[in-house]
Structures are given as structure tokens and as C-alpha cells.
Design a protein around this ligand. Structure first.
Ligand code: CDP
Length: 215
């Protein structure tokens, strides 16, 4: 099987950016697993399914019609790249990600991303549940205030108005949900390398991961 580098960590820890650069540097495939949870959330919203209907939500996820065309993400042939970034979509994703049936429904879809020459996968349970045999497992953390600042800057740069203290509260609530859900909670794999990016630049985090990979 092709090698996997798993990068897990809390919301806004910089996993996605890190995973993207590492994948590009190595010439590997990339799996942004959070996007599959967001896609499921968006599909649920569009179909008008209630957020409490776990079985129906899992069914929607199992049958997601998704295509990746360059940088675009198509859901039922509709470009949803922008819609996926909406706050409501992220909030619903975080809520439904607690459902074991949904996580099961996305299990094989995630594993199918493992292709030669290798895969860099980021999320919450890449190293613990989806790719427990990953060659390298990274658990990326950062101080919650720092994460709120980063997300704030990101939004402002995109011209989206944001409120720092609301973002901070939201991140704390998301951390709570991610860490304390009964199924696949956010915890480092036993063999994970913990990287605290609070005081690291993106380049420094990338360098750390590549150094672990070269070990
Ligand atoms: O914006 P944020 O980093 O919180 O989210 P994301 O990575 O786009 O993922 C959306 C939601 O899906 C998160 O709030 C997580 O609760 C959930 N998720 C998960 O449970 N397991 C994964 N492997 C990836 C995401």
C-alpha cells in the first residue's frame, strides 16, 4: 500500500495549509477529510434533511456525488467551492461529525484516496481511525487564542467581517465537541509526533514534518 502521512489536530491549527504544502513538496495526493464532512453538511442542508436525522444523513454521505476538477469541488455537478467555506456549513459539519453512522459512511471514501506515490491526509482521526498504519502521524496543535487570531486574519483578508471574541468562543466550543464526542474523538495517536505551531511559521512547520518523514 502507498505510504500515508496523517496530520490531525483541532480547528484552525493550520493542518490544511501544512498538508497541502507537504503533499505538493513530495508530489503526493492530498485528502482534506474535513471537506467531506462539509460536503455532507451542505448536501444535508440542500436536501432539507433535519440535522438530527442521523441515518438519513449517513445515507446522503454514502451517496455523495462529488468530483474534484482542478481547484473546484463539484457537488451534484454544481461548483460548491465557495459554499463549502460558509460558517453555517462548518457549524453543521462539526455537529453531524459526532454521528457514528456518518463517520462509517465516509470511511471507505476516505481510504480510497490512498494512491501511489503516497497520500497526505488531514483531519481529526486520520492517524487513529482511517489510516492507523500511516508511516508518519503528526498531531498539530496551537494555542486557542493564536488559532482565533489566524482565522480572524484569514477572514478579514478575504473581505469577510469577523468578530474575534465570537471566533474564539466558537473554536472553544468546536474543540469541546471534537475532543469529547464518544466516537472517534480528537486525540493524538499513540505514535504521533506532536507539533505545536503556536510560535512557528508555516515554513517551519513544513520543515518539521519533512524532517520527521526523512528520519
Ligand atoms: O474549520 P475546521 O478546521 O473546524 O473544520 P474542517 O477541517 O473543515 O472540518 C469540518 C468539521 O468536520 C470539523 O468541525 C470536525 O468536527 C469534523 N471533522 C471530523 O470530525 N473528522 C475529520 N477527519 C475531519 C473533520
Amino acid at each position: 500500500l502507498p505510504p500515508v502521512i496523517a496530520i490531525d489536530g483541532p480547528s484552525a491549527s493550520g493542518k490544511g495549509t501544512l498538508a497541502g504544502i507537504v503533499a505538493q513538496t513530495l508530489g503526493w495526493h492530498q485528502l482534506d477529510s474535513g471537506m467531506l464532512y462539509r460536503l455532507s453538511a451542505l448536501a444535508v442542508m440542500r436536501k432539507g434533511i433535519l440535522p438530527t436525522h442521523e441515518a438519513e444523513i449517513a445515507e446522503v454521505a454514502r451517496n455523495l456525488d462529488v468530483r474534484f476538477v482542478g481547484q473546484q469541488v463539484l457537488l451534484d455537478n454544481d461548483d460548491v467551492s465557495d459554499a463549502l467555506r460558509q460558517e453555517e456549513v462548518g457549524a453543521l459539519a462539526s455537529q453531524i461529525a459526532t454521528y457514528p453512522l456518518l463517520r462509517q459512511a465516509l470511511f471507505e471514501r476516505q481510504r480510497a484516496f490512498r494512491k501511489a506515490p503516497g497520500l497526505v491526509a488531514d483531519g481529526r482521526d486520520m492517524g487513529t481511525v482511517i489510516f492507523p498504519d500511516a508511516k508518519l502521524k503528526v498531531f498539530l496543535i496551537a494555542d486557542v487564542d493564536e488559532r482565533a487570531q489566524r482565522r480572524y486574519k484569514q477572514l478579514i483578508e478575504k473581505g469577510i467581517s469577523a468578530n474575534l471574541s465570537a471566533l474564539l468562543e466558537d473554536l472553544k466550543a468546536r474543540d469541546e465537541r471534537d475532543m469529547h464526542r464518544s466516537h472517534a474523538p480528537l486525540v493524538p495517536a499513540q505514535d504521533a509526533k506532536i507539533i505545536d505551531s503556536s510560535t512557528l511559521s508555516i515554513e517551519e512547520s513544513v520543515a518539521k514534518v519533512l524532517a520527521y518523514w526523512a528520519e
